[in-house]
Design a protein around this ligand. Structure first.
Ligand code: AMO
Length: 431
């Protein structure tokens, strides 16, 4: 096992082997200092000519960012910390001069070039931290759901039809049949509600062949899908998701303090998440000078305006907007009994960006079939999905939450591309 810099205090006056990257180098005649780095910190390696004899001259040729292994004794360093007095060393992998800047305080390398050299970019603590927090985000969502008794599993990603609009799908040549990459696990997670797994979630990839060039769209993105049965209506789901979001944000704020400090961030925890219907949102937008056609969806400017309004007026970073028009929602959303123009649906906005969509689903077979026909959804590939609704399907609903968008908003990143290791958009398939 590697000895990490953070554990050096346990090895005082002991002989050890330490490996890491060369962070910096200083040569003063017969003595040289190399600062070695690993993911946990730094160690000064002290090289002396009288110990290393003729091997000493090799130290001068070691380039920054090379991987080096040193053997020697751990000592306390004057001024605090530890150093290793090197008895022997080897260069494991030499580095050429880096093609991107990583240690300048003011990085000028363009993001697109940083992505071409993403592993090097990830040596920067600020970049690495994004992925440490992303890792925690996924862990805390999972933790919350498992503690509530949900079951996590996985559903097929090579499918016969797109689960959402059906448009914007990537085709796959599947042994001479045409298949598609899943747009979402929607149909499968709903089918599970008839199975006894009445509280289900999965993390997984979504693919959408959308030619969007925005700071919030990817063609391949990662999502959390949740589905639950025995609900009364979509407000039950919002009660659940509200508690979950508060839990995750509190947990990040407490357990990832060091990472947040490095990025200079403070997390606002929602207190009482505002919940308004789309009709009410139209009114607020009207007061803010933005007119939307009655029955239309929110555009990105409206999302931003509402986010700003609820932050300024109520100090709330998250907003739930409910009851979207049937014309704007997929066939599986349940319509309001009293006014079927609207659906029992919602979108969740975090700092002015949609991070999640959900709804109570239509569970009555005849109504669902009628709705699918009304939206001109091809019925043949839906056969097994629709069948499930004939044999005892409980009322149910759920939501899909974009992890990349959540991380973008959480960390105030300018672009969703910063929140994924290697992104896919209409122009980028490599690296
Ligand atoms: P929807 O299509 O709204 O809903 O997707 C759910 C969430 O996924 C994220 N998202 C995206 N993230 C990055 N790039 C994109 N191109 C992109 N498109 C969507 C958003 C969005 O809120 N089946 C339903 C969910 C449900 O009802 O359970 C669905 O897929 O954060």
């Amino acid at each position: 096992m590697k000895l990490y810099a953070k554990d050096l205090q346990n090895y005082l006056n002991k002989e050890v082997i330490f490996a890491g990257w060369v962070h910096s180098k200083r040569i003063l005649g017969k003595i040289a200092f190399i600062i070695l780095r690993d993911k946990t910190g730094f160690l000064q390696a002290t090289f002396k000519k009288d110990i290393l004899k003729e091997k000493f001259h090799k130290v001068k040729h070691i380039q920054n960012e090379s991987v080096v292994k040193v053997m020697g004794t751990i000592q306390e360093k004057v001024g605090g910390g530890y150093e290793i007095l090197v008895k022997d060393f080897s260069i494991i992998n030499e580095s050429e001069p880096l093609p991107i800047e990583i240690w300048n305080p003011d990085i000028k390398t363009q993001f697109i070039k940083r992505i071409q050299y993403r592993p090097l970019d990830l040596r920067r603590p600020e970049t690495l931290t994004i992925f440490k927090i992303r890792n925690s985000v996924i862990q805390y969502f999972r933790e919350y759901l498992l503690n509530k008794g949900f079951i996590e599993s996985q559903t097929p990603k090579i499918v016969l039809m797109g689960a959402e609009s059906g448009a914007d799908v990537f085709k796959v040549d599947y042994f001479r049949k045409t298949a598609y990459l899943a747009q979402s696990p929607q149909l499968y997670k709903q089918m599970l509600m008839a199975s006894g797994i009445d509280q289900y979630f999965e993390f997984g990839w979504y693919w959408r062949a959308e030619k969007s060039h925005t700071s919030r769209h990817l063609t391949e993105f990662y999502g959390l899908d949740v589905e639950m049965a025995w609900i009364n209506d979509h407000y039950d789901i919002l009660d659940f998701v509200g508690d979950m979001l508060k839990y995750v944000l509190k947990r990040i704020s407490k357990s990832n303090k060091e990472s947040l400090d490095l990025l200079g961030l403070h997390i606002d925890i929602p207190k009482s998440i505002p919940r308004i219907s789309l009709k009410e949102a139209y009114k607020i937008l009207g007061q803010l000078g933005k007119k939307l056609k009655y029955g239309s969806d929110l555009d990105s400017e409206s999302e931003r305006l509402l986010g700003k309004y609820f932050m300024e007026e109520y100090n709330e970073p998250i907003v739930f907007i409910t009851n979207y028009p049937w014309s704007e929602r997929p066939f599986y959303h349940m319509r309001l009994e009293e006014d079927p123009f609207w659906t029992k649906s919602f979108d969740i906005f975090y700092k002015g960006l949609e991070i999640s969509t959900g709804a109570q689903r239509e569970h009555r077979f005849e109504v669902l079939l009628k709705q699918a026909k009304e939206k001109n959804v091809p019925l043949e590939p839906l056969k097994y999905y629709l069948e499930t609704f004939k044999y005892g399907m409980p009322p149910h609903g759920g939501f899909g939450l974009g992890i990349d968008r959540f991380v973008k908003q959480l960390l105030d990143l300018k672009d969703i591309r910063e929140a994924v290791l290697w992104f896919r958009d209409p122009e980028h398939l490599s690296p």
